[in-house]
Design a protein around this ligand. Structure first.
Ligand code: URA
Length: 240
């Protein structure tokens, strides 16, 4: 929604009055004085204030975690530490849950939020949200494998995967490193895809989910809030 329209809607007067208010530098977005009257704003993502009165508040929390190995992707677990246990902000913790699932021995990018709609939308199969993984396997990778992934891996039980992009970074007889981009999220998908071409995954790390990339500054176990820019890139997934 446009800022002037929003303020009009919030009873700050006519369009003319609202424009005057903005020009007099009394309106701020996320603490910064607004200079453009007709800029688009999003009440879910931005805090808008008029003369320091909060008009819209960000309603949700969004964290990016570099999941360490050994931690389960769950909200509660009686035996293991969970990804939500790693978030120190007690106030929010009860409301948070992970978007999607990484195995206990997988590390890397995991989004954690209390915005159920966003989590749901990001996981819908037809949204085709691409996930990038860094993978190490215990065998040589070759062009045949690239082709098999491109054509769509078929699991041993007959289940078919969508075409995926395998990019080999280094390869030798007993260890290869690659990136794998997939658009779906079947259970243990990456490990099962490599098993289907006869290779065992020995290390797995998610680097990217849709437009969000793992912050390389985050060590395993560390997390931070998504930046306004990152949240903006997620906007297409906020609504149906
Ligand atoms: N695929 C897997 O096999 N494991 C994960 O944790 C994520 C994707």
């Amino acid at each position: 929604m446009r800022l002037d329209k929003l303020l009009e809607h919030e009873n700050f007067g006519s369009r003319k009055k609202v424009k005057r208010l903005i020009r007099s530098k009394k309106v701020k977005i996320d603490g910064k004085v607004v200079t453009c009257e007709n800029q688009n704003v999003d009440a879910q993502l931005q805090e808008i204030t008029v003369e320091d009165t909060v008009i819209t508040q960000k309603t949700h929390e969004y964290f990016m975690l570099n999941k360490p190995q050994g931690v389960v992707t769950a909200v509660h677990d009686k035996d293991h530490q969970t990804v939500v246990d790693l978030i120190k902000e007690e106030d929010y913790r009860q409301k948070l849950y992970p978007v999607g699932r990484l195995d206990r021995d997988t590390e890397g990018l995991l989004l954690i939020t209390d915005n159920g709609q966003l989590g749901y939308q990001l996981l819908l199969p037809h949204k085709n949200v691409t996930k990038r993984y860094e993978v190490i396997v215990n065998e040589r990778l070759n062009d045949e494998d690239v082709k098999s992934f491109q054509e769509g891996i078929v699991f041993h039980g007959g289940e078919c995967c969508k075409p995926a992009v395998l990019s080999i970074l280094s390869t030798s007889d007993n260890e290869s490193r690659a990136y794998l981009d997939i658009d779906e999220g079947k259970f243990h998908q990456v490990k099962k895809m490599f098993l289907s071409v006869g290779k065992k995954v020995t290390f797995l790390k998610r680097l990217k989910m849709g437009p969000i990339e793992l912050d390389q500054q985050l060590k395993p176990g560390e997390y931070r809030r998504l930046t306004p820019k990152e949240l903006e890139t997620l906007l297409p997934y906020f609504y149906k």
